[in-house]
Write a protein of this length. Structure first.
Length: 106
């Protein structure tokens, strides 16, 4: 998998970016939270300019309390289950709309 958009908000932002990049820029300026910190780093602090920093290979940080879990991410990581759920949803809609009755071949 080459690209993996994380979270429902990420998917919405990706769609909006395709429609209107300037709108996304404006939204991020208005509602985006700054991920910077006013905490100064020491001269000896590790950096990842030329190589990854050992021990920091996780996607976690100070903003975990703001994260909202997404079941769509789980579906994207499990394509057979995703397409099975889509097929069940389509069959449910067809049955609900009356396109499938006992003895009626589709």
């Amino acid at each position: 998998m080459r690209d993996f958009i994380v979270g429902d908000v990420g998917k919405v932002l990706d769609l909006l970016q395709k429609i209107s990049p300037s709108l996304v820029d404006s939204l991020l300026l208005l509602i985006g939270f700054a991920q910077g910190t006013n905490e100064p780093k020491s001269e000896d602090a590790p950096n990842n300019i030329f190589a990854p920093v050992a021990g920091y290979d996780r996607v976690e940080g100070d903003f975990n309390k703001l994260a909202i879990p997404s079941f769509l991410d789980w579906f994207d990581m499990n394509p057979p289950l995703k397409w099975g759920a889509v097929a069940l949803a389509v069959l449910g809609v067809v049955a609900f709309l009356g396109g499938w009755h006992p003895g009626n071949d589709i």
